[in-house]
Ligand binder design. Structure first.
Ligand code: ATR
Length: 279
């Protein structure tokens, strides 16, 4: 029988996951189909119950349901529970188990450029859901330090306090981060600032950036944010959000099928989809 996979979100119309996963199912000759479902918050419980009742094989969860899904699942793995967000659910023998592949997806993408986060001095800009996933995952890699710069300092302090993996971290204002920028080996921009359509915005200017730093932005629309453009002009190595998106999908696909898919194929597929959509 054909297996059902899905993604639940609101809105969901622009999700690139269905095309990406359906292409992989046909490429690996797996009899499965992946469908997008727009689900409002008040209907999430019923949607999950319904998917379980009809024997869904697995599903993704996206904005705004990544936290609210947790109490609706049978189990949640340790990393996802500590982050407080699930983006991937696997039906394991009738039980719905939640995972987070966003943080590990970022890390795998990072490893294409930086072999290890161990010993690195890292700055994360932003303290929202995406920052939590990235910070908690990186914290397990023994970096020298991971500081967080955020508009609201309390949110950054809470994120640091919530992390179960011991680390040396400071919470900084955006202005402080701006001043200290040259100290960091790796700078990761996780806010929505600079995302289409407000593409001229950036969270802080990069006047003090060292050309030896690596700068990542998790935004992929536009492919090069103003922040990355400035970093690149300053001579820094840059990485956009495509890799994190593709690798979070690859890790979800692996959880569902046991196959770690062809990431290059996924990247090309996503870039093709973005081609018609960017800005
Ligand atoms: P996500 O789940 O995608 O990470 P989020 O949880 O809404 O999104 O988090 C958004 C992040 O972007 C937060 O760190 C937010 O800062 P605050 O904690 O101060 O709200 C940051 N952010 C969003 N818009 C911003 C702006 N205009 N200026 C500075 N920071 C902004």
């Amino acid at each position: 029988m054909k297996k059902l996979f899905a993604v639940l979100g609101d809105p969901i119309g622009h999700s690139m996951s269905p095309i990406m996963h359906n292409d992989l199912f046909s490429y690996y000759q797996i009899d499965a189909h992946y469908l997008p479902f727009q689900v409002k918050g008040e209907n999430l419980r019923d949607a999950v119950k319904g998917l379980k009742a009809i024997g869904v094989a697995g599903f993704n969860v996206t904005v705004p349901h990544k936290s609210e899904i947790i109490p609706l699942l049978d189990e949640v793995d340790e990393l996802a529970a500590s982050i407080g967000a699930v983006n991937t659910v696997v039906n394991e023998g009738g039980k719905l188990i939640g995972y987070n592949t966003d943080g590990p997806g970022f890390l795998k993408g990072l490893h294409e450029h930086v072999p290890s986060a161990a010993g690195q001095k890292i700055l994360v800009i932003g303290a929202g859901g995406a920052a939590r996933a990235i910070y908690f995952t990186l914290a397990r890699e023994n970096p020298l330090a991971i500081d967080i710069a955020n508009r609201t300092l309390e949110t950054a302090l809470k994120l640091i306090g919530d992390c179960p993996y011991t680390n040396f971290s400071r919470a900084l204002s955006l202005a402080e981060a701006n001043q200290k920028l040259a100290e960091y080996d790796l700078i990761i921009q996780t806010t929505t600032i600079g995302m289409s359509p407000k593409i001229a915005d950036q969270p802080l200017d990069l006047g003090n950036l060292s050309h030896e730093s690596m700068v990542c932005d998790i935004i992929y629309n536009p492919l090069e944010t103003q922040f990355l453009r400035e970093a690149s002009i300053k001579g820094a190595k840059i990485q956009n959000g495509i890799d994190m998106f593709v690798y979070q999908g690859a890790l979800a696909f692996e959880r569902w099928t046991g196959i770690f898919p062809d990431v290059e194929r996924m990247r090309e597929n996503v870039l093709q989809q973005l081609g018609g959509k960017i800005c």
